[in-house]
Structure formats: structure tokens, C-alpha cells
Design a protein around this ligand. Sequence first.
Ligand code: LLP
Length: 430
Amino acid sequence: MMQAYTTNAAGELTIGGVAASTLASQYGTPLYVYDVSVIRDAIRAYKAAFATQPIDYSISYAAKAFASVAMFQVAASEGAHLDVVSGGEITTALKARFNMQNVSFNGNNKTDAELELALDSGLGTVIVDNDYELDRLSNLAVQRGQQQDILLRVTPGVSAHTHEYIMTGQVDSKFGYDVESGQAVAAIAKAQALPGVNLRGLHAHIGSQIFETSGFVAEAQKLVAVSADSNFQPDIIDLGGGFGIRYTDDDQPLPATAFIDALTPALQAACAERGLTVPTIWIEPGRSVVGAAGYTLYTAGSRKVVPGVRTYQTVDGGMGDNIRPALYQAKYDVLLAKQPAAAPEETLTIAGKCCESGDILATDVQLPRVQAGDVLAVLSTGAYGYSMASLYNRNPRPAVVFAENGKSQTVIRRETWADLIDHDEEYAGL
Ligand code: LLP
């Protein structure tokens, strides 16, 4: 069964009420298009799920999934907060005039320049990963006469891999303070004693594309236990992101309510057991906010038939705009934009134009007859598509368009060949 999609009276694929063929001819291909209403609905679903629970909460959109000024403005308009991981994402938030008090800053190797930018911009919460960062942040804040709210990122020993989670004595991770070895308890004491920082709670992130609730429950229990072991009453427990979405029929995502209905009582029970007041709960969804909203439109080009083996249908983009198939063996549904519901007539492997055999967007997908010039749509590319795009082979990055209520607008301009050489300097030997 194909992912749900919308069509017009002519039976053509539409995105945000605009025909995909119109978007392709107006803006060119390859093109990223977001149905903004799907983004709004995803944020609203988390809010509605929390609204049924007796708990304070905050939904912090994980910017890394798709960072742009327009996206941050949509997140703000839906009341979401923002989690950033770089100076570039902070700069984007500033350009979007995001309320910086509602921004948190993750990352395991923040530079001095990034910490200074965070302090200068009034960023709400720095999520401190390690002692090297904690010491530098404390110093920088003291130098400026500032008091910076922080959470500590801990590695709770819970690791979720889509359909199961594992609880180990020590998870091998580059992120955060390890719980099992006592690093987390020591860090809480250290942070409480340091000037310039105000410890407000703990953060963890257990994985991505998760399809079950038990890992989050175990994570909440672990964060409460570490706090109680430190005689620390957190104001905030941040459980990170990772809520899974559907790419193909292989994926069966849970609704937002399933996660929130499981983790909220788990947090309350753990707090009651350990004598803590229930803190405000933060989550950081990225993929589940923007993933299903995004489409990539391509124009079909050359074709190679390997008799008895496979038919390669090439498109005008590829691994430069979507590295996920090559990097993670990720799978996607593909539609013929002009007739998405037409009966399949051929089995095609959708190949990109990069000079690399692994540049395949989808293997052996069923499609109606596809001809050169037809527009193909790859579905659910909204998360980690544009944000992981590269300039490999010096192919410019596509434009990003937002569509909503039957209208559309460019939100990131297409790069040009001239843009690609703009930073190049000539070299005549030294
Ligand atoms: N919070 C933290 C601290 C994270 O590290 C991440 C993702 C998130 C939130 C958001 O997770 P989400 O809700 O999007 O699953 N490039 C990979 C995904 C990497 C995720 C890294 N961290 C992909 O394309 O699948």
C-alpha cells in the first residue's frame, strides 16, 4: 500500500493543494516541496497528546532534520521551541527572529565561538555534553556577567533501535555523561557548584526512527533515578527525539499519543517512587515533524535496461539531495506525478546523476510507464534530505518550496553554477 497522497480533479499528485507538475515547471527540478499543513498537523498532534496529560511540557523541534528560516517561522507559529546543534542553526534562528529564550543548544563539541554566540544571543538553554564544555561555558558566562541555564546530557544506557531497545551496563556512545560509571552523578555535583551556569535538568536522546514506547519509558526512569541518586530536583527532563515515521510499508509508526501516554505516567510514577516533584517534560522531535511533509520532485532522464537484470531510470538529482539510501539503505515510495494512481507497468530502479554506482534513490519500485521528461516524486523526504545535501560533483543544491492552501513560495533559493564557484580563488603557484 502506498503512502496517502492527494490528487486534483485530473488525478495528478498535489502537494499543499498545488499540482506537482505545476511546481516542477514553475520552480524547476530537482525540487524539495513541503506541504506545510502536514508540518503543522504533526506539531499539533504532539500538543494534543500532551494536553490530555497533567504535566507541563515543551515540544522542541530538532532543527537538524530541516533547518531554514521559513521552517523555524512555521515552528514558532505553532508554539514549538527549537533545538539547535551549531552556530549555523543559531544564526538561522536569529534570522527567523525566533524567541531565543525558547532555543536549546545540543552538541558534543561546541566551539568557543558557538558558545559565545549562544551567550550573546540570549539562547535559553545550553545542553552541556561534557566537562570540557561545562568549564568553558562557565568561564565565558562569568566573563560576561551572565548566568546561563543548562541541562546536562547523559547517556542513560538505553539504546533504541527501531523495533527494540537494549539496556546495557554501558552504552558505547560519543554523547553525554555516562550513567553507569558515575560520570553523570559527578557532573550534576560539578555543575551545581560552578558559577555562571544554572543547572535546570537532564537530557538524553536514545535513538532515531523508533517504533515502540518502552525505550522512552526506561529512559525516563533512568533520568529520574540519576537525579534522585544526586539529591537533585530537576525542573526539566528532556527525553530527546526519535519518534519514527513511515517511509514504506516496512514501517509502522505509532501516533504521538502512544508515546506521550506511555512516557508521562512512567515519569510521574518514577518521581513518586523517588520522592521528586514531576518536572516539565521536553521532547525534541525532528523527523516526525517534517519527514512526511516533504517531497522531492525530479525529472526523468536517461534509461538503461540491463536485460534480465534491472532497468535503471535516471533522474536529475540523486545522492546530492538525498544521501539516505546510500548512507543508511533507506527506502522510499516513488510516484509518477501526473498519474500516481495508474496501474504499475514497470519495475524501475531510480538512479541519480552522480558519478557513483551507489547513487540509487529507490531499487525495483513499481511504477506506471515512465518516459523521459516525466516528473517523479519521492515521498517523505522532508527530514534529513535538504539538511544532509551535498555539492558532490558540483551539482547545485535544489530549491525548497513551501506549499499550503493551494499556493506556493520559494523558501530556499536554488543554488546556481555561479554560486558554486563564488568561494573559489585562483591559484598560480606560490
Ligand atoms: N535530539 C537529539 C539530541 C538528536 O541527536 C536528534 C537526532 C534528535 C533530537 C531528533 O531525532 P529525530 O526525531 O529526528 O529522530 N541523519 C539520520 C538521523 C540522525 C539523527 C540524529 N539525532 C537520518 O537521516 O536518519
